[in-house]
Design a protein around this ligand. Sequence first.
Ligand SMILES: NC(=O)c1ccc[n+]([C@@H]2O[C@H](COP(=O)([O-])OP(=O)(O)OC[C@H]3O[C@@H](n4cnc5c(N)ncnc54)[C@H](O)[C@@H]3O)[C@@H](O)[C@H]2O)c1
Length: 251
Amino acid sequence: MTDEQFKAKTVLVTGAARGIGRAAVVEFARRGAQVVAADLDGDALAVLGREHPDAKTVVADVAQEADVQAMVAAAVDRFGSLDVLIANAGIIPMAPLLETSTADWEQVMAIDGRGMFLSCRYAAEQMVPAGSGAIVCVSSISGMAGQSGQSAYGAAKFVATGLVKHLAVELAPAGIRVNGVAPGTIRTDRVVALETEPGGPEYLADIVRKHPLGRLGEPSEVAAAMAFLASDESSFVTGAVLAVDGGYLAQ
Ligand SMILES: NC(=O)c1ccc[n+]([C@@H]2O[C@H](COP(=O)([O-])OP(=O)(O)OC[C@H]3O[C@@H](n4cnc5c(N)ncnc54)[C@H](O)[C@@H]3O)[C@@H](O)[C@H]2O)c1
């Protein structure tokens, strides 16, 4: 069902080719938005583009400033404005601290950290003169609380949570709301692949037990929360990080 309020809105989704980002593209397209789908993986993006021919696809690495500038420019060139940013692109490396190298830290900080900053920075550059906009940063339960094996990834997700708080305050006078989602463990390809990996089924059974609702989340459930935070229904909500985690953080 389309949603009148999104009809003339341009929504830019990063990390759009797979998983949660892909679900966001499907959700905003279903609501009738003008969707710009950006991803590093051109092949996966081409598949998405064939399924959603109305969406504008852009190959972009969010860790690269020139790519982010070009991604935002492509959205504005195609649709004339940028109303919503879904800053979702990220990698999810997990390893014990003593097996985490400086290179591991630099890589996840470049993508999940700097990439999140750059996406917000250049989206806001378009939104500030317009006097309106909504940004949704994808954090994680790992960006809200401590977990084992996530010294680099978890710290990078705290960047998303931090940007939500600081940008919500800074950009409020410009009419821009900045919120986040903190997904629990979501049934994306990476998580499904664990079922056939050594130790994977045990890890999955344990992680499911840690979510009080007793199951993994679906990408579409995160996308629905993103749509709420990007919509007029959340017009007095800014600086919030909404847990979409089956109760994980409530414990
Ligand atoms: N899956 C989960 O359980 C879970 C839980 C909490 C938070 N998250 C967060 O949700 C977001 C999406 O995760 P997902 O599970 O859908 O991952 P995914 O691996 O299924 O999809 C991520 C997409 O981002 C793209 N990408 C990777 N690096 C990029 C870069 N530098 N520039 C542009 N695109 C890039 C990939 O090509 C891929 O299409 C991430 O920020 C992740 O931290 C995921």
